[in-house]
Write a protein that binds this ligand. Structure first.
Ligand code: DLL
Length: 444
């Protein structure tokens, strides 16, 4: 059980002894000590890492300061696939108490392992996540992240219990039951993907439940990119504060970083996960403030250390201190991955640009899908957008007007003309977990 104290100035509860507020020098010393241990562990137990170190002419003794980190080799997603299933485990199976896996879109899943201590660390970073989102003992948390091999469900579950809150382990799906539980159990906070919360809001209103009148006050949303525009929408429609949380299976699951009450960047729990930002093309480390690919090194993971893991997530480390008082650094919200970009007629497009443009136009719902196809050798992009029931039942002229507005907004944002199709409410398939925004039929 974690003891919580109230920070009167911030009006916020947080676990005592939390490393979130360590003086910088102390934090750097802690990180260096842990980094040395981690590199030694990986060198001794991960064949692939040892081979790469040998090739680079390095030994663990070459890590004398945090500045030596960029000399070490990267780890990439295909390393996990190539060593499937257990090739990167650094603990004997006897010491592994949990396995999780991430399906990915192609081929074999990646498998990750946790010792008892890893699970304890995971719970502690999730306690810090939930506390940063303003939650505390006494909260009733509906955990609608999927339970199972996906890390979201169990990650949030253990954190919420360790926080001393009441967890409802409802998992994803069965939306009508979710709404009944939210109302009848006096739920004060919900954990799920932002796209699923959007779906819950729509369904609640169809069922005549006004979520704003319920005790629900916070959403702990992550696992997929979502824009500030979407945040505004769900905060208003749900009468909540919507916080962004970040993590990935390869590093631990959720609990790598979280927003605080300032909702201005995500604090990284950098006593356990050390960040670097690199130029994705050259691999060079970039200075603070510059945007690039996030690379993470685990500092305490026993069962599966990750040295310089290339996340593909694009962000920047924010140099300014956060008004909340935490000393751990923040990253900018992640709006895109280096591999979710697609190229249409020579123009680079990210799904998040489409979302941001659509949400500037009134009369549409934040449900959309991008369909890519190829006609006579030419790439085509269609954006299907759901419109509100009022607009949908309107005159044809009004719909045409709206379509024009959306086309203009998209053309301004993307610099190319795309086809906009307005579709009726509830036409686009809803997700219970991560939303699928892009359907690529170009190679069919
Ligand atoms: O999505 C872990 C998680 C569960 C995070 C619950 C937050 C909440 P994976 O399935 O391995 O793990 O997917 C990780 O999802 O590299 C990002 O591209 C994306 N992602 C995760 N959180 C965010 C976020 C979980 N807050 C991949 N914003 C990551 C944008 C996110 N993208």
């Amino acid at each position: 059980m974690t003891t919580m104290v109230k920070d009167a100035a911030a009006g916020e509860f947080h676990p005592v002894s939390t490393p979130d507020y360590l003086p910088q020098a102390q934090l750097r010393a802690l990180q260096l000590g842990r980094l040395k241990g981690m590199v030694l562990r990986a060198y001794q137990h991960q064949e692939l890492f040892r081979q790469r170190m040998v090739q680079a002419g390095l030994t663990p003794d070459d890590v004398e300061s945090l500045e030596d980190l960029p000399r070490l080799p990267f780890t990439v997603k295909t390393d996990l696939r190539d060593t499937y299933p257990f090739g990167l485990f650094a603990s004997p199976m006897q010491d592994v108490v949990r396995l999780h896996a991430s399906s990915g879109t192609t081929g074999k899943p990646i498998v990750v392992a946790y010792t008892q201590q890893d699970v304890a660390v995971w719970s502690s970073v999730m306690v810090r996540t939930l506390a940063a989102c303003g939650l505390h003992a006494g909260d009733i948390i509906q955990n609608a992240y999927g339970y199972g091999l996906f890390t979201g469900g169990l990650g949030a579950h253990y954190g919420a219990e360790a926080l001393g809150a009441t967890v409802i382990p409802i998992s994803g799906g069965n939306t009508d039951r979710q709404i009944m539980v939210m109302r009848d159990f006096g739920v004060t906070a919900i954990c799920c993907t932002p796209s699923y919360f959007l779906h819950l809001l729509d369904r609640a209103s169809e069922m005549g439940v006004d979520v704003r009148s319920l005790p629900l006050r916070a959403g702990v949303f992550g696992a997929e990119p979502w824009t500030d525009e979407l945040r505004l929408h769900v905060e208003q429609a749900g009468g909540i504060k919507a916080y962004d949380i970040y993590g990935l299976t390869e590093i631990i699951g959720p609990g790598v970083g979280s927003e605080c009450r300032c909702q201005d960047g995500l604090h990284l729990f950098e006593d356990h996960f050390y960040p670097e930002i690199i130029n994705p093309q050259t691999g060079q480390v970039l200075p603070e403030g510059q945007e690039g690919e996030l690379v993470l090194t685990t500092l305490s993971k026993q069962a599966m250390p990750m040295i310089r893991y290339r996340t593909r997530d694009i962000t920047a480390v924010l140099p300014e201190p956060c008004p909340c008082g935490r000393t751990i650094r923040r990253i900018r919200r992640i709006s895109r991955r280096s591999d979710d970009m697609f190229i249409i007629r020579g123009v680079n497009v990210f799904p998040s640009q489409v979302e941001a443009a659509l949400l500037t136009v009134e009369g549409t719902l934040p449900h959309y899908q991008i369909i890519l196809s190829r006609e006579k050798g030419l790439d085509q992009m269609e954006v299907q957008v759901e419109v509100t029931p009022e607009v949908f039942s309107d005159k044809v002229r009004a719909l045409e007007e709206l379509q024009k507005k959306l086309s203009r907004a998209l053309e301004n944002a993307l610099n190319i003309r795309v086809q906009v199709s307005l579709v009726g409410p509830r036409t686009i398939q809803r997700s219970e977990g991560k939303a699928k925004r892009v359907i690529d039929r170009r190679n069919q």
